[in-house]
Structure formats: structure tokens, C-alpha cells
Design a protein. Sequence first.
Length: 223
Amino acid sequence: MGHLSHYFTPFQTFVISRAEEDRSRFDQKTAFDVLRYEAHYRAGSPAPAGLFTYQFESISRNKLGYDRGMEAMALDPMYDVVWSDWIMRARLQLGAVDFADLMYVFSEEFVNERRRSSGDASFQPPQAILFGAKEGRIAKANRGKDPLYMFAALQRHLGYPAVPRVRPQVGAEKEIPALQAKLAQMEKRLHLIESELKGNFDLSQFYVKPVDGAADERNAKGT
């Protein structure tokens, strides 16, 4: 994939490479789902803001690493120079600045609020505007929260693409404990049936051991 850059973007190559690492818990099935969901979004009416949010959530949710991941994102041909430069700067600011603040400051909502608060309708921000007013309002409402809540709100209200969830592993190796428990129950039942057929069925094994206080009370009554 790395040698076929005319077919695959650096982000797509990065996602698959993380799934191929021996120590990574990110499986290849989920990696291909990430690429499939992204391809479906690109086939529609993609926007840089929507693609960025999808790619960033894919990295965050699957713990793929922000440093290499955002560097690969910045090389995506859908982003122009302004977007690529902003992604590289945001990559260095993560941890020191809340991610929702980064989106809010570069949104139309930030500009609108500055114009309202200053009374200057001609105010122009020094930075480029990358996100719309709705994105800015959602980002502002999620400041100080887990970014995953903001991503979910963007998906609900603005139709941003959703990131595939990791599927629980289901297979024979996962069913062994349950099968062993069922076999133990069946063996116990067969043992009881054989005991009853042989006439040596012992009910005492099912007796409930009395509590010490109850036993003392019965002994007192018997006395």
C-alpha cells in the first residue's frame, strides 16, 4: 500500500500498518472496516471537516497513536495547505489544549460570538475558519469532556460519518468455558441417574447445613 500512493492515502496505509504490528490490539478486520467506512464517505459528498473528524476519531477510539496518525492525515490529498498545516499544529498541541477548544476557535461560531461580544460586525479572525457554526456550537458545548461525546454529537446532528466499533471476538476458543460448564452439569445429572437406578441414591448430599443458631434452638427444644 505504501508503494501504491495513487490508490491508497497515507492515512489508509497507516491504519493497515498498525493492524499488522505484532503487539497491536488493533485487528485487521476493524482496520478494513475503518477503510471501508471512509471509502463510503468519500464516495458521497465529503467535506474536509467531516473527513478530519472521522480520521481523528478512528485514531482516538482505537488508540493508534496521534503523532504518526495525524502526520499521515495531514498528507491526505483532500486537505489543502491550510488544513494540512493546521493538522500538524494541532498534533503538537494535543494534551496541552483541549481538542474541543481547537475546533471551536477555528469555527464560524467563534467568529460570530466575537462579533456579538465586541459589537464589531466586521471582525475578521487572524486564523482560517475550518469548521462551520454548528460544529463550533457542538465543540463549545463539549469543552472539557471526552472527545468521543463530541464526535457522537456531530454524527447525530450533522450526519458526520461514524467510526466502526471493535467487534467482540466470537469463536470456538471463546465458547470452551461455557461448554465445560455444560459438560460438568450433564456429568452430574448422569451420575445422579445412575445412583438412582442402582438403588444407592443418597439424598443427604442435598441437605442444607443448618445455621448454628437454628441448630442450637432445635437442640434446646429437644431437651
